[in-house]
Design a protein around this ligand. Structure first.
Ligand code: FAD
Length: 456
């Protein structure tokens, strides 16, 4: 039996970040992976979805190219070519990650693992692995509706939708969270008639209400039928697709139905239930550093009831690896983890939402919003959007919300501002390139500091 300092169960972002950081600290590390290193993010999530959304974005640019005379011969989308593009991106990153793990001296053990005792992982097809520390990073899987008839072709989850080699003429997306709105946006760009059903009163219910509103307006302009406060009573197959019965009693017919109502932790076969470290929903119970109640057993990523994002998993992995070697890491501050959704328009935020900021900062809170209307770059690109900053009574930026083109890039600077507790006046004082979308951030910061420039 090989003995390691650290065995990581699951090679997704949480697992491989922990492994790389621990190897950097000089630990002998093994990753046990039943499928492919890179996990959901690389193979079934962040990367393939963004590759296809890039194709969708190019498809959206075609009308302008035609108007400008740059695309005289319109060509229909070739789904196989789009799939080839997606696979090329994923394969290149996958090969790069395998190479990186190898060069860092990390052993990748192929097989499905189960923690059978503290410090011992049984692996299908190979002998058990012993390690002083075990980090569970087995991620999450899609939740199904009680009434759905998932078959992967007509009634599907995001894994299936991202592998689909055709553009469905019509789609009903059940669930208006990040995964649902990204797929709705993607299919709409490629020409599908799309309806989204969201049981709560707004899309992206975890985002700021103004961001949800701006997204709903943007989707309406693009012809996406958004139905909020609408549950799904039943999904059933029909001759030419599926029928969704809403809680309002409407019957929606579509070629495909995407069920995107959330994800649950993939802990059922990890042995952790037997070890008594799971909560009632199957999440691993840990302290802020990722430590379970069992000495040497830790968890990172989607198996914890924290933010289910790849970069949150990276951050948790770093903390766990640092704690294992006796460091004194700061726990992840989840308010400062950017939330990003790559639909059109993009939605991104960091820090507090307005309702939460009102609870924390009360009367001292100032809310400042500007639109992209006066932004030259946005006008050139035909884009609309908004930036909203929340500032405390001393002018510190405590929340930032962006909807529009490149919102997921613009949020980087606002992450820095909130992490460094910058004043709005300090963000405004930074000279931004002209013309750039980032000037919308500066413009809002100027306005929040009481010194508006272009905005009123
Ligand atoms: P995972 O990435 O799920 O990896 C877990 C790994 O463990 C898998 O490789 C699995 O095969 C392996 N495993 C499971 N059980 C065992 C076992 N018993 N033995 C051995 N191996 C095992 N996040 C973002 O930040 N940005 C995005 O744009 C984004 N887009 C997304 C789009 C979609 C469609 C989806 C589904 C998710 C998206 N996410 C995004 C979320 C992101 O993918 C997850 O938060 C992230 O992958 C979680 O990382 P993880 O390491 O916890 O788990």
């Amino acid at each position: 039996m090989t003995a390691y300092d650290l065995a990581v169960l699951g090679g997704g972002p949480g697992g491989y970040a922990t492994a790389l950081r621990a190897a950097g600290h000089g630990l002998r590390v093994a990753i046990i992976e039943g499928d492919k290193v890179g996990g959901t993010c690389l193979h079934r999530g962040c990367v393939p979805s963004k590759a296809l959304l890039h194709v969708a974005h190019l498809a959206d640019s075609l009308p302008l190219l035609v108007d400008l005379g740059l695309a005289r011969y319109g060509r229909g989308l070739d789904p196989a070519a789009a799939g080839g593009f997606r696979d090329g991106v994923v394969d290149q990153l996958h090969r790069g990650l395998e190479h990186l793990l190898g060069t860092k001296g990390i052993d990748t053990v192929r097989g499905w693992g189960t923690v059978v005792a503290p410090g011992e992982v049984a692996v299908d097809g190979t002998g058990p692995i012993r390690a002083r520390h075990v980090v569970v990073a087995t991620g999450s899987v899609a939740v199904d509706l009680p009434s759905s008839t998932h078959d992967g072709h007509v009634v599907m989850w995001s894994d299936d939708a991202l592998r689909l080699e055709r553009v469905p003429p019509s789609a009903v997306v059940v669930g208006g969270g990040a995964i649902g709105v990204e797929m709705a946006s993607l299919w709409r760009s490629l020409g599908s008639e799309v309806t989204i059903l969201e049981a709560s009163e707004r899309l992206l219910p975890l985002e700021d209400p103004d961001s949800s509103r701006a997204l709903t307006d943007g989707f309406a302009r693009r012809g996406i039928d958004v139905r909020t406060s609408t549950g799904t009573a039943e999904v059933r197959r029909s001759e030419d697709g599926a029928v969704v019965e809403t809680t309002e009693g409407d019957l929606l017919h579509a070629a495909v139905v995407l069920v995107a109502v959330g994800r649950r932790p993939a802990t059922a076969t990890t042995g952790l239930a037997e070890l008594g470290v799971l909560d009632e929903r199957g999440h691993v119970v840990t302290d802020l550093l990722g430590r379970t109640s069992i000495e040497g057993l830790w968890a990172v990523g989607d198996v914890r009831p924290t933010l289910a994002l790849a970069h949150a998993a990276f951050a948790e992995g770093f903390v766990v690896a640092d704690a294992i070697v006796g460091g004194d890491p700061e726990p992840v501050d989840y308010d400062l983890v950017p939330r990003v959704t790559y639909c059109d328009p993009e939605v991104a935020s960091v820090g507090l939402t307005e309702p939460r900021a009102r609870e924390v900062h009360g009367e001292g809170l100032t809310i400042t919003s500007t639109t992209f209307a006066e932004n030259a770059r946005a006008l050139i690109e035909g884009a609309t959007g908004m930036v909203k900053l929340l500032t405390a009574s001393d002018g510190t930026v405590v929340g930032a919300h962006v909807v529009g083109p490149s919102a997921t890039e613009l949020i980087g600077e606002l992450g820095l501002a909130t992490s460094w507790e910058a004043l709005a006046s300090e963000v405004g004082a930074v000279v931004h390139a002209h013309p750039s979308l980032a000037e919308a951030v500066r413009e809002t910061a100027f306005a929040a500091a009481g010194t508006p420039f272009h905005s009123r």
